[in-house]
Design a protein around this ligand. Structure first.
Ligand code: AHR
Length: 513
């Protein structure tokens, strides 16, 4: 069936901030221990970080990493993770019912980030702690020297101050599960004062206030409004968190009428677009009430598919284990297509979404999996992220889409085609990302590239597709490369017109020069 996509060089959404290709490392399950860090592993470096994981993180194209949590952060004492390792305390982690050994902390994590060229996004504990601890942590990390805390860092072997340009003011502070949950007024005031104090110390840092922990929280909207009425002028970002779900019962007994269709699963792209647009509306309404010209940006700092490993032993294991297997979601082809569509949607909100973190990076709801002492491999969702990060550079153009539609109970009529187009003026490269949500029919896509490529027009560089007849197939330790990109054939470029047939249920990227 036919679909059309039109872009014009002068109709831009905004500059794509490369920080939208961020990820998340939390002290949770096996994300840190036996994930990024495993001293006894054959590929480990002198610090104990796994070399095979480092190589995959590079290949994934991650630009920024959020650390050290998540829910973990709301009970974290950062002092436990610095200084001589043999003197670091073992602690109970009440967020994930685990034992935290503190063998990885701030300085090790920063060394890992620096080696991989990753920009850190740190968080301060506003659960069990507060603004004074935030000040102390920032001073330890980022003040050059000559004070007790900065000299303590130097005594720990880190002479130049860390460069940590972006900080989260707590995590999901509205969540009943959160250690030190707050009301919006309590949190809004705390975020305001903490931001003020942190900026006295480091005026150049950027700060993110917690939005609601999900779009479907009963407090959504009112939380953002009240929190931002307090701290709008002091912060730069408001955060969004979203985990994509499907009706799922571990025992297989779903309630009658549960909608497990792939089409509805894919409709979460529109739900998340609404989430972004609603949050922008609230932030801008707060600005309007304050007669402020300032515009807050969005930090979509937790997003992914997460519904299977979300029950019982996936969340909590008895006996306070070290690095238990928690939240180890095994991703399918269907999940990879949704992640690809979500990346298009995020790029299409480039004017306001400047930071985003796929949650998480290794083992825990992650694109990269490892076995202790064994291999590391790419989950299905690795691929759309890696391709989007590789080719998503420049300015996002506004896509005009004409496509047959399908009805969705929640989101209305949805086009089968989801697309985003990124123009890199610097090197004259154009990347087209396109998801065909039709499960059975190939899509004949006609793309009009108005005002692009000059006299000579654009020529095909490379084209890739993500597609598998089995939507439930996964990459596993035994079959790690079952799902991977294949060359997309049949792309015809003629002047400013491009034609291609997209397979049913496929996510594609076409690169022109
Ligand atoms: O990413 C897993 C958890 O999900 C995080 O710790 C928390 O912030 C969210 O609820």
């Amino acid at each position: 069936f036919p679909a059309a996509l039109t872009v014009h060089r002068d109709f831009a959404i905004g500059a794509l901030d490369r920080r939208i290709f961020g990820a998340f490392v939390e002290h949770l399950g096996r994300c840190v221990y036996t994930g990024i860090f495993e001293p006894g592993h054959p590929s480990a470096d002198e610090q104990g970080f796994r070399g095979d994981v480092k190589a995959l993180v590079k290949e994934l194209g991650v630009t920024l990493v959020r650390y050290p949590g998540g829910n973990f952060m709301s009970g974290y004492d950062w002092e436990d993770g610095v200084g001589p390792r043999d003197r670091r305390p073992r602690k109970l982690d009440l967020a994930w019912y685990s034992t935290e050994t503190n063998q990885v902390g701030t300085n090790e994590f920063m060394a890992w980030c620096e080696e991989l060229g990753l920009s850190p996004m740190f968080g301060v504990n506003l659960g069990t702690r507060g603004m004074d601890d935030a000040r102390r942590y920032l001073e330890y990390c980022c003040h050059p020297g000559g004070t007790a805390l900065s000299d303590l860092r130097r005594a720990h072997g880190v002479e130049p101050p860390h460069r940590i340009p972006l900080w989260c003011l707590g995590n999901e502070m509205d969540g009943p599960w959160q250690i030190g949950r707050k009301t919006p007024d309590e949190y809004g005031r705390l975020a305001q004062e903490t931001a003020k104090l942190m900026r006295m110390l480091q005026p150049g840092i950027e700060l993110a206030a917690c939005g609601s922990s999900a779009f479907d929280m009963p407090t959504y909207g009112e939380w953002e409004d009240r929190v931002l009425m307090h701290c709008h002028d002091e912060v730069d970002f408001v955060s969004l968190h979203s985990y994509f779900v499907k009706p799922f019962a571990p025992d297989g007994l779903l309630p009658p009428g549960a909608d497990t269709s792939t089409e509805s699963f894919f409709a979460q792209i529109e739900t998340n677009a609404r989430y972004i647009e609603a949050t922008v509306a609230i932030a801008d309404a707060v600005a309007a009430r304050r007669r402020s010209t300032k515009r807050l940006m969005l930090s979509f700092d937790e997003w992914n598919v997460w519904y299977r490993a979300r029950h019982g032993h996936h969340l909590k294991q008895g006996g306070w284990p070290e690095a238990p297997r928690l939240l180890e979601e095994v991703y399918t082809v269907e999940d990879a297509l949704l992640v690809g569509g979500m990346l298009c949607m995020l790029m299409n909100h480039a004017d306001r979404v400047k930071v985003a973190c796929l949650a998480q990076l290794v083992n825990v709801i992650a694109p990269i999996m490892t076995e202790p002492g064994g291999p590391a491999w790419r989950q299905t969702i690795f691929w759309p992220f890696a391709l989007a990060s590789r080719f998503g550079r420049g300015t996002v153009l506004r896509p005009a889409i004409a496509s047959p539609t399908y009805p969705n109970v929640k989101e209305g009529e949805l086009p089968y085609l989801v697309a985003s187009v990124v123009w890199n003026e610097d090197d004259g490269t154009l990347a087209i990302f396109a998801l065909n949500r039709h499960l059975a029919t190939p899509m004949d896509l006609a793309v009009a590239l108005q005002g692009l490529g000059g006299e000579a027009g654009l020529a095909l560089g490379e084209a890739w597709e993500l597609h598998d007849l089995d939507l439930h197939a996964a990459n596993t330790v035994d079959l790690p490369d079952r799902f991977q990109p294949r060359a997309l054939g049949g792309v015809c470029v003629d002047g400013d017109a491009l034609r291609v047939t997209l397979r049913p249920a496929s996510w594609n990227v076409i690169v022109l020069h």
